[in-house]
Structure formats: C-alpha cells, structure tokens
Design a protein around this ligand. Structure first.
Ligand SMILES: NC(=O)c1ccc[n+]([C@@H]2O[C@H](COP(=O)([O-])OP(=O)(O)OC[C@H]3O[C@@H](n4cnc5c(N)ncnc54)[C@H](O)[C@@H]3O)[C@@H](O)[C@H]2O)c1
Length: 322
C-alpha cells in the first residue's frame, strides 16, 4: 500500500501520517501550504509535496510518480474562510475533490478515503439535539447549514458516483467535532476544546461565560487517524459511509474536570448553560457509530483522559506554541 494524503500537513493529516509511519508506511503528504510543525517528529519518514488539489494535472503526476494505491482526501477550506470566499470554497471543496477522483481513476488507485463532517447534516434539532441526544446514524438527511457543509454533500455525492460508475472505492467518514494539536492555531472559534487545553497548559485563566452544560460528541484526532487507517484497509464493505465519533456526549465542564487532574492549579471558569459557540453552529450531537464498529472494527481509543493526555504530550514533543 502506498498512501497519498491531501491536506497532509494539517491537523488530521499529520496524525494520520504518524499512524501510517508507525505501521511501516512512508506516506506522501500533499499540501499547498508548507508548514511542517505538526510533522516535525516524522519529517524524515514521509515525503512532503507542495501542491494544490486545484491543479488536476499536477495531482495526477504526483499520484503516478509515487505509485499511489490509496488516497486519503483531507484538503479543505474551513467553514469561516469558506463563507468569506464562496468561489474558493466550491473550487477546493468540489472541483478539488473531482480532481482527486479523476487522478484516482486515471491511475487505478484502489481506494479513496474522504473526511466528511456533521456539517453534511447541518443544524441538529429535535430528538437528536438537547436534551435527548439520540445518536444520529448515517441515514440522517443532508441539510447543510453552511457552504462548507454544501461542499461535503457535493464531495460525498461525487465520490459515490465515481465508485458506482468507475469502480474507485470511495469511503466517506463523517466526523463530529474534532480536537487535536494545531487546530487552535488554524481553526479559531471551532477549536474551543483545544483552546481550553492550551490555556490550561500555558497557565492562562480559562474563562468561558456560558455553555458548560452543552453536550457534544468530541473525537480526538488520534481516533480520526485510527478510523482512516481502518477504512483504508477494511475488506468486505457493504456500505461506504460511516459516522466516526465517540458515541457519547461530553460537556466543557467534563473537559475542565479532566484538565484539573493534569493541572491542579489551573483556573478554569466555565459558565453553565448551552451553546458555547453562541449561535455560530447548532451542530451539537452524538454520533451512532454502530456501522463503523461492525464493518470497520472501529472502537474509540481515546476517552477524554487519554485524548487530553496525548494532546498535552504531543504539543510538548513537537514544541508547539500554546
Ligand atoms: N477539524 C474538525 O473538527 C473536522 C471535523 C469534521 C471533518 N473534518 C475534515 O477533516 C479534514 C482535515 O481537516 P483538518 O482539521 O486537519 O484541517 P487543517 O486545516 O488542519 O488541514 C487541511 C489542510 O488542507 C490544506 N489545503 C487546503 N486547501 C488545499 C488545496 N487547495 N490543495 C492542497 N492542500 C490544501 C491546508 O493547507 C491544510 O494543511 C477536512 O476535510 C475537514 O473538513 C474536520
């Protein structure tokens, strides 16, 4: 197996690359922004290619030159920048995915694993939202509430078409909120979990006016990497879209409780109530991960204690600023 990761030097790309390296692979990481900070520890064990998924011909050359057999397609424009620049959002999120699928088709790549999102679903209401949080499965209808979500729906649709029409095995993995090192620096408001951890690490006071009771499925980047590797390898699939999360809702207050174990001196003050994103996105939910358990043998490895512990250790090992 020879794996290309688009967006490979980003938060999830770096974690996935690290796991592949630990399994004896030398993945190729393609990214249009050269930032090696998240892969400093494995820089000699991966090939980094500066490239843009908008350049279909160049992408095809990379796939052919490295004899790529599997692609993890992660390159994306995040929700904020996507709203600010709809043309670029659609170019990267739709044309870019098309270029990846075309490269896969032209070069006989066996499987493309795509990182989708609960943005596919949009705002979560009714029994799947507060207070019941009935876990959401893959059949929940698409109803994106932002352009980022629209590009996820388009990419999944394109990928499923390429699988049926051309035999490119396309697997879509949908994630709820992800936390992991590097996200705060890159994703601002969407990285609140990371901000709390990094503020506590740096000895800064954590003060969040409200939202401490809001439940949400927060998955650690280590479980993202794990799920991607399982999806690259899984045989006998009878379905191609999987929800990946923890299957449980946690609150900011739960984060605070665990953080105080690591940093007993930390000053963490989180007000009660719901909606810590203050109206930005009503995507709080809990994913039903039964299908991933069944077909990918996926089981979450990182509860909050392990996830936060690994986050802290990784930030220190990589020497990332907090
Ligand atoms: N972080 C989350 O909470 C979350 C949740 C659900 C799904 N996802 C998905 O996971 C994937 C990875 O996200 P991440 O959190 O690692 O983000 P990230 O911003 O850390 O990584 C994305 C990478 O893509 C690169 N990129 C952007 N445009 C590109 C282009 N045109 N050509 C090549 N590279 C390009 C960026 O430079 C960046 O390094 C994305 O598809 C994202 O939608 C993330």
């Amino acid at each position: 197996m020879k794996t290309l990761i688009t967006g490979g030097t980003g938060v999830n790309g770096a974690a996935t690359a690290r796991l592949l390296v630990s399994r004896g692979q030398r993945p190729v990481l393609l990214d249009n922004r050269v930032d090696l900070s998240l892969i400093a520890d494995i820089a000699d064990e991966v090939d980094v290619v500066t490239g843009d998924i908008l350049d279909g011909a160049a992408l095809r050359e990379v796939v052919a030159a490295h004899d790529i057999t599997h692609i993890v397609h992660m390159a994306a424009l995040m929700p904020g920048p996507a709203e600010a620049n709809p043309g670029l959002a659609v170019a990267i999120g739709v044309d870019g995915t098309l270029n990846v699928l075309e490269a896969a088709r032209a070069c006989n790549v066996r499987r493309v694993v795509y990182t989708s999102s609960n943005a596919f679903i949009g705002d979560v209401r009714g029994k799947h939202g507060h207070p019941d949080f009935v876990p959401l499965d893959e059949s929940h209808p698409a109803n994106p509430a932002d352009l980022y979500g629209v590009t996820k729906v388009c990419s999944e649709t394109l990928g499923n078409y390429y699988r049926k029409r051309y035999g490119v095995e396309f697997v879509a993995l949908r994630y709820p909120s992800i936390y992991g090192p590097g996200k705060q620096a890159r994703h601002g408001v969407l990285a609140l979990y990371g901000k709390i951890i990094e503020d506590a690490m740096a000895g800064r006071e954590v003060s969040i006016p409200r939202g401490g009771d809001q439940r949400n499925d927060a998955v650690y980047v280590g479980d993202v990497a794990h799920s991607v590797v399982l999806a690259l390898n899984a045989g006998g699939l009878t379905q191609w879209t999987f929800n990946i999360g923890t299957g449980q809702g946690v609150t900011l207050e739960d984060f605070a409780v665990v953080l105080r174990r690591f940093f007993p001196e930390a000053k963490i003050d989180i007000g009660p109530g719901l909606d810590f994103r203050e109206g930005y996105k009503q995507s709080y939910c809990v994913f039903d991960i039964g299908k991933a358990r069944e077909q990918l043998s996926y089981a979450p490895r990182y509860d909050l204690e392990r996830g936060i512990g690994d986050y802290i250790e990784r930030v220190r090992t990589l020497g990332l600023p907090t």
